[in-house]
Write a protein that binds this ligand. Structure first.
Ligand code: ATP
Length: 368
């Protein structure tokens, strides 16, 4: 187990056609035993970050330290890091047992008995004892995933790296494996960096989430923190499903310090408590509210609610997702199942002021 530090790590790919800054001055301090999930859209630099940590990609600038030691120049096999790939990367002609033991034969001087003991222990942990003599081609995707993880566990590394390890599994198995991997992590306690584009996976598994966009760090925080206090519109949009509603509005201030958020078909009164957080020179803002924080309420006061039209009602079990039309834009509300307005009906929606997010229109930075 070890602490992992990235200090202003940059990766530039210089191809004949273009120069791509895949990761830009990324700094992270990951504690011993932490489970870190790196998320972001396709191309944001997640895999490149992981590959630099593993030593599969050189670092253009900056430093990576494991347990306090600089590892930039160390070869991958000397880093004491185990990586699980999306493709599993199992040797097709070896049995599960041989796949799991191979790395230990190569990189340690453990005797066969000790290796066998470790393989059986890891197989037990992953629930694959019955598969040890099978070849990967005869296994299901989920079983191959377990073997790939078991092979990483066997090595008892200082650090685990996972690159989208569940993306080839169906939705149900993916959810199950999330729980399994979280359980394994709490059993072995090895520092883990896990990459995914799936924000739900990140929210359910991570001690802390690292959110990247276009090679740049947007926010690092516990799942609750990035959900409740996103630092910018990008994070607010990326975290949470269905995603946050955004409306461009003008902030109009009253003499008493309160004010109104005014947009197309949108006029909402806000208190001075909310507005005092915002620099008086700011007027162009983006209003944000999560679907689960908006309510359909026929009794809401006119200046504390907005009128919209119901487009679609989607019944998803305990909740309903209501898709509304607000000035020609989709507005999503998640309601308890007993709230089921008719399609085409005009309804009033309202919000608690504490749940409102405001972002600077130009920079996207959170204001409140
Ligand atoms: P995905 O979720 O699609 O795997 P990602 O977030 O993992 O994306 P990376 O694979 O790290 O993103 O890629 C980051 C950027 O670096 C992209 O613009 C990608 O095209 C570029 N890139 C990655 N590897 C190379 C390479 N070997 N040569 C040139 N450009 C590369």
């Amino acid at each position: 187990m070890a602490q992992l530090e990235l200090e202003e790590v940059t990766k530039v790919f210089d191809t004949s056609a273009e120069t791509i800054v895949a990761v830009e001055e990324l700094s992270l301090d990951i504690d011993d035993g932490e489970f870190i999930v790196v998320v972001g859209p396709s191309g944001c630099g997640k895999s490149t970050t992981l590959r630099m940590i593993a030593g599969l990609e050189t670092v253009t600038d900056g430093e990576i330290r494991l347990a306090g030691e600089r590892i930039n120049e160390k070869s991958p096999k000397d880093r004491d890091i185990a990586m699980v790939f999306q493709s599993y990367a199992l040797y097709p002609h070896k049995t599960v047992r041989q796949n799991m033991a191979y790395g230990l034969h190569l990189s340690t001087d453990l005797d066969s008995e000790e290796i066998d003991h470790r393989v059986r222990e890891a197989a037990e942990m992953m629930g694959i004892e019955d598969l040890l003599d099978k070849k990967p081609s005869s296994l299901s995707g989920g079983q191959q995933q377990r073997v790939a993880t078991g092979r990483a566990i066997v090595r008892e590394p200082s650090l685990f790296l996972f690159d989208e390890p569940l993306s080839n599994l169906d939705a149900k198995l993916r959810k199950h494996m999330r729980t399994e991997l979280s359980r394994i992590h709490s059993e072995v306690g090895i520092t883990t960096v896990y990459v995914t584009h799936d924000q739900e996976e990140a929210m359910t598994m991570a001690d802390r989430i690292v959110i990247l966009d276009q090679g740049s760090l947007q926010q690092v925080g516990e799942p609750k923190e990035v959900y409740h206090e996103p630092v910018n519109k990008f994070v607010a949009n990326f975290i949470g499903s269905p995603s946050m509603n955004f409306i461009d509005v003008e902030l109009e201030r009253n003499a008493d310090g309160s004010g109104r958020l005014v947009g197309q078909d949108f006029d909402y009164s806000v208190s001075n408590r909310l507005l005092q957080q915002i620099d008086p020179s700011v007027s162009d803002v983006v209003f944000g509210i999560r679907p689960e924080n908006a309510r359909i309420d026929p009794d809401a006061p006119v200046d504390g609610s907005v009128e919209t039209t119901v487009d679609v009602v989607e019944v998803v079990g305990s909740d309903n997702f209501i898709y509304l039309d607000l000035a020609g834009k989709e507005f999503r509300v998640r309601t308890p199942s007993e709230v089921e307005p008719a399609e085409g009906e005009t309804v009033r929606i309202t919000f608690d002021e504490d749940d409102i997010h405001l972002f600077d229109s130009a920079s996207g930075e959170a204001l409140a």
